[in-house]
Design a protein around this ligand. Structure first.
Ligand code: OTU
Length: 656
């Protein structure tokens, strides 16, 4: 066979590229693999970069440096990871498999340190996880750091948690046990103490151009006309004045907190630097990079500066580069935006290349909580019916809770379609989950009240929002039972939706809100810490005792995992179609996959509800029905020709 070359690519100097490859990569087979991947993906990378930067003065510099960076990262990739790359290339839908089940943890809160996580890995295995998301663990700034989302050094581990060697050991161990590892990469901003920001402040013009800053208020004021505030309460506005910057001080773009400086992605060197970081982290053995706050990466005057088309190009170029060096590593988009904007991150970009493989299904999460409070399925069904389709080779992250607040992302349009008033319904949800609404079972707290928009987001653990905290206070066994059933219902839906279901730390034991953050001055003003409790190992010790609440919930979650893993129809490549059950208290979702079909029915109320068998037959479930979740728990009223669902019961129906 002719030696492969890279002449097909539009590199400034392909000869130099081949020389470089020969010099840096000793193994001829590795060189060939690299060339093959270049031939497949480098065009996608260049296409997106050309669209973004071809007119930029640093374009040639970018083209010269990029191949070198890719080759260097590939040269540093360990053999074990290269085999892992091969395995993933052979099974490119690995993340979409029905056996995927995720968990999310703060390292310190789970086990103190990375070594602690290594010691507790059996807990994650016993639960049955195949995917673990460890919350921000790169070195953050000291003091306030937004839960680690203000990174000081992307190449070192938070000293309090351990070091790079510990991290590699943990990632190797997880991989050996069939658990994929996800970590956060904060790509939109750095801590203001990051090396680049420090250099910018020291007067280095090259690094000043790594951030977005302005000598006076004219542009910031013009942008502010259309910019929302993410943290109106503790971080109002989107710009911060730094007197030490530039000659006479400058306004820095700070979408989030003042200590988080937004990067300037109109500068190709910023894209390249961040690529280097992504490659470095992939080479530590990370399977999934959760790209934080991606919608904000490109700003445009006159818009809300989110989801600009250029963001898709930035992602396409990164992803194509990753395919060449480390195809085992995929991207998860953290984009909590409207569905039409969100689905773009999962698809092809504006051009030929792919973007992210997975993304959070924020709408599903919000709609579930909305349905539970209102006990009605109509808004859930209508909103999901209006979701744009997603590509079959992408997957959702489905979740009940995460470390952030819940923002009531219900559109006025969908609300109107089911006869609701959008603003009123959102106010109702805030009142319900903060416990203000008469008869509410919830114990959440309002996060970031915005008097301009009347937005009141909500913090709180699943169990507290679902009524367990209140029920335990009154020690009412019936109320406790209902709360357990609500939690089970929420999880049963996210487990049956397709995508990767993510269990929020402690939910498998019914852990409640934790108010201890109020005593920590670096956390006290941010009530998202209410739902970031330290792992309660005493509670975990009760997990095998089904007479305890923790034991009940553990059983519920374990059972969902087992059934899901035996249900190939839950592979993400299938379709998820919401259906009207003709019963406003019961939600219905059909999963269709060549390997099987499931009808999910969920009773959103505390009283038994009936669904006509005709509805089930119309959804093409004809024949003997079986409840995959519990073969014995399927009540059919032969006389009335109806299924009877117990309070908050969820069934996964299939036909034999
Ligand atoms: C993310 O959230 C993180 O999840 C938060 O914990 C961080 O505070 C934040 O970024 C800054 O790094 O607005 O309210 O569309 O919604 O990036 C949380 C994406 C957020 C944003 C999301 C952001």
């Amino acid at each position: 066979m002719q030696p492969l070359t890279v002449q097909t690519m539009h590199l400034p100097n392909p000869t130099t590229f081949d020389d470089l490859l020969d010099q840096q990569i000793a193994n001829p087979r590795d060189r060939d693999i690299f060339r093959l991947r270049m031939q497949r993906h480098f065009g996608d990378c260049l296409e997106a970069l050309g669209a973004l930067y071809a007119q930029h003065p640093a374009w040639t510099q970018l083209l010269e440096q990029l191949p070198e960076r890719l080759i260097t990262a590939y040269a540093q990739r360990r053999d074990a990871l290269k085999i892992h790359d091969l395995a993933r290339e052979i099974q490119p839908d690995w993340f979409a498999e029905a056996n995927m089940v995720g968990g999310i943890y703060y390292v310190d809160r789970l086990a103190g340190t990375l070594r602690g996580v290594i010691e507790h890995i059996h807990y994650l295995q016993e639960l049955g996880l195949t995917y673990v998301h460890l919350m921000p663990l790169l070195q953050p700034r000291h003091g306030l750091n937004d839960g680690g989302y203000a990174v000081l050094d992307y190449r070192s581990i938070d000293q309090r948690l351990g070091n790079v060697a510990d991290f590699i050991e943990l990632s190797d161990l997880l991989r050996a046990n069939g658990i994929s590892l996800c970590i956060d990469v904060v790509v939109n901003h750095t801590a203001k103490e990051h090396e680049w920001a420090v250099k910018a402040r020291a007067g280095d013009a090259q690094y000043l151009d790594y951030y977005l800053s302005f000598a006076d208020r004219s542009l910031p004021d013009a942008y502010e006309q259309h910019l929302p505030e993410v943290f109106p309460d503790f971080a109002p506005g989107n710009f911060t004045w730094y007197p030490e910057l530039g000659e006479h001080g400058r306004w820095v773009w700070t979408t989030f907190n003042e200590f988080q400086w937004d990067l300037n992605y109109t500068n190709p060197m910023v894209w390249l630097e961040m690529l280097d970081i992504l490659l470095y982290l992939a080479n530590l053995g990370v399977d999934v990079l959760r790209l934080d706050a991606v919608p904000f990466m490109w700003k445009r005057l006159g818009t809300n500066c989110q989801n600009q088309p250029e963001v898709l190009d930035l992602l396409q170029a990164w992803r194509a580069a990753m395919r060449i060096v480390c195809p085992a590593t995929i991207f998860k988009a953290e984009a909590i935006v409207a569905p039409d904007d969100l689905v773009q991150y999962l698809g092809l970009g504006r051009r030929t290349g792919k973007l992210c493989e997975i993304a959070y299904h924020n709408s599903l999460m919000v709609l579930l909580w909305s349905a539970l409070a209102s006990q009605r399925a109509d808004l859930f069904t209508q909103s999901l019916l209006n979701m744009p389709a997603t590509p079959s080779n992408a997957a959702w992250i489905t979740y009940v809770r995460c470390h952030d607040d819940i923002g009531w992302a219900v559109t006025d349009h969908n609300a109107a379609l089911v006869g609701e008033d959008g603003p009123l319904h959102r106010q109702f949800l805030s009142a319900w989950y903060s416990g203000e609404f008469a008869g509410s079972f919830a114990r959440g707290e309002v996060f970031q009240y915005n008097p301009l928009t009347n937005d009141r987001r909500i913090s709180g653990m699943t169990a507290s929002l679902a009524g367990l905290e209140q029920a335990l206070e009154t020690a009412d066994p019936a109320a406790i039972e209902l709360a357990i059933r609500r939690i089970a219902l929420l999880y049963a839906v996210i487990f049956s939706f397709g995508g990767i279901p993510l269990i929020y730390m402690g939910d498998e034991l019914g852990m409640l809100n934790d108010h201890s953050y109020l005593h920590d001055p670096t956390k006290a003003n941010d009530n998202r810490w209410l739902h970031r409790p330290a792992m309660d190992w005493c509670l975990a010790a009760q997990r095998h005792d089904p007479s305890t609440i923790a034991g009940r919930l553990w059983q519920v979650v374990r059972h969902l995992i087992q059934v899901r893993q035996q249900t190939p129809a839950l592979h993400s490549a299938g379709q998820t179609l919401p259906i009207w059950t003709q019963q406003r208290h019961v939600l219905g979702v059909v999963r269709v996959h060549p390997l099987g079909r499931i009808l999910v029915l969920g009773n959103l109320s505390a009283t038994p509800q009936r669904v006509s068998l005709a509805v089930i037959q119309q959804a093409s479930f004809v024949g003997r029905l079986q409840n995959l979740l519990d073969a014995d728990a399927l009540t059919i009223d032969i006389q009335s020709h109806e299924i009877v669902l117990d309070s908050y019961q969820c069934c996964w129906l299939s036909t034999q």
